[in-house]
Design a binder for this molecule. Structure first.
Ligand SMILES: Nc1ncnc2c1ncn2[C@@H]1O[C@H](COP(=O)(O)OP(=O)(O)O)[C@@H](O)[C@H]1O
Ligand SMILES: Nc1ccn([C@@H]2O[C@H](COP(=O)(O)OP(=O)(O)O)[C@@H](O)[C@H]2O)c(=O)n1
Length: 238
């Protein structure tokens, strides 16, 4: 018995403490690409919180919920079972056991997700899920979203807030959506950012202690290197 206790405390002395990294910012700033690469490089878990809000929105649309009706959305908020896989090399998301990775990226879900994510009951439920996933990450986790540094994980070891000009963000998004018009993409992106930044409950915002990185003139590789360096500094100081 005493051997087990001694072994456990020796392990606690040598094992590095889990590192928690929060990466927030508007659409197209590079959160997902950066977070996945940083997590993979440093052996951390990865959580895409936008995918969870998209998943709950997809479930509402599939189940006849009027997503403009706040009361209806609030009542249904705890019904779908959402499970996120946190391997940065192959992140997954299921809703009631069904793979939702493809359907949550449709234009319909993209245009409805801000309305659903603004409902406090939805945020409370998804925030609780995010905190329990982060608490279970043994080595550490990179969590990306809009309110991670301000609300979900205010005690994160490192907070990054990514920005980029609307033009750069629209060009990046347009590159992903085949056949999409740049002006329309930019308009839709600004509309979603405005809705996300102006909602009452945990809006998109930079935490006071976040490091802001403007990615407009940076390559993705430069952003990844910058964040990896910042995480390594935090780890060394722990
Ligand atoms: N610094 C960058 N320079 C050029 N393209 C980038 C950069 N960062 C990300 N991208 C590209 O822009 C698109 C959107 O990036 P993504 O990581 O999905 O952004 P977000 O998660 O913030 O919406 C992707 O195609 C990605 O490869
Ligand atoms: N922490 C988060 C993450 C996303 N969201 C919502 O989910 C939507 C989709 O997030 P996303 O990260 O998939 O968006 P993009 O990758 O398309 O920029 C956002 O527009 C927000 O409405 C949120 O409210 N809080």
């Amino acid at each position: 018995m005493s051997t087990t206790v001694e072994t456990a405390s020796a392990a606690a002395r040598t094992a590095p403490a889990a590192v928690i990294v929060a990466i927030d910012g508007p659409s197209g700033t590079g959160k997902s690409s950066t977070s996945k690469a940083v997590a993979a490089q440093l052996g951390l878990s990865y959580l895409d919180t936008g995918a969870q809000y998209r998943a709950i929105t997809w479930w509402m649309l599939n189940n006849g919920i009027d997503v403009q009706n706040v009361a209806e959305v609030a009542t249904a908020a705890d019904k779908p079972v959402i499970v996120s896989g946190t391997d940065p090399a192959a992140p997954t998301i299921t809703v009631d056991g069904e793979d939702a990775a493809g359907p949550i990226r449709t234009p319909e879900v993209t245009s409805r997700v801000s309305a659903v994510s603004a409902v406090p009951e939805v945020r409370a439920r998804i925030t609780e899920l995010q905190r329990s996933i982060a608490a279970g990450a043994e080595v550490g986790i990179v969590v990306e979203g809009r309110d991670i540094g301000t609300t979900v994980l205010p005690d994160a070891d490192l907070k990054i807030f990514l920005t980029a000009s609307p033009e750069a963000r629209a060009a990046r998004r347009s590159g992903e959506l085949k056949g999409s018009d740049l002006a329309t993409t930019k308009e839709a992106l600004i509309k979603r950012d405005t809705a996300d930044s102006s909602r009452k409950t945990s809006p998109l915002a930079k935490a006071d202690d976040a490091v802001e990185v403007d990615t407009t003139e940076l390559t993705l590789q430069q952003v990844i290197e910058c964040v990896v360096t910042l995480v390594e500094e935090k780890r060394a100081a722990k």
